[in-house]
Design a protein around this ligand. Structure first.
Ligand code: CA2
Length: 153
């Protein structure tokens, strides 16, 4: 008798520039959790939800774009905190639009309470939705949102 494997939903959590500094500076905006702690929390949450997450951070736009292209082949969904590239990068937006991966945009801080230049996101118009302002919890809420979305599809 052949055994049948059930493929789990596989989600990429992508973090952009400077988010590797989390927990070390600017705790009033970004909280005290390090990125490694946020990643570990997401892996635990994913396990509880019966899905898989892979977490990746880069300070380089091209490396983030390559990760999105790979995810288009291997993953079913994307959670992205593009950091400052949120407000500047047409290339990241084009990459996400190009691979057609359902995407949830997340931010630790509430970008609409901050400087005007942070109010615009190139990613928001092509994302399913955006979660902003809940600290590390934004990622957990983003995971719940994308899992529910993918399970209802
Ligand atoms: O609130 C967010 O998650 C942001 O995406 C964070 C970005 C910022 O440019 C966006 O407008 C909003 C900045 C991430 C930088 O993180 C640091 C953490 C510690 C120390 C310095 C920077």
């Amino acid at each position: 008798m052949g055994s049948k494997t059930i493929d789990l939903l596989n989600i990429l959590v992508l973090n952009g520039p400077n988010l590797n500094l989390l927990g070390q500076r600017e705790p009033s905006f970004y909280g005290l959790a390090t990125l490694a702690e946020i990643d570990a929390m997401l892996v635990r949450e994913a396990e509880a939800l019966g899905v898989k997450v892979e977490c990746y951070q880069s300070n380089h736009e091209g490396a983030l774009i390559d990760a999105i292209h790979r995810a288009g082949e291997e993953k079913q969904g994307l959670i992205i905190n593009a950091g400052a590239y949120t407000h500047t990068s047409v290339a990241l937006r084009d990459a996400i639009a190009g691979v057609k991966l359902p995407t949830v945009e997340v931010h630790l801080s509430n970008i609409y309470q901050r400087e005007e230049f942070r109010h615009h996101s190139y990613i928001a118009p092509i994302a399913i939705g955006q979660i902003s302002g809940f600290g590390a919890n934004s990622y957990r809420l983003g995971l719940l949102a994308i899992v529910e979305y993918l399970q209802q599809k």
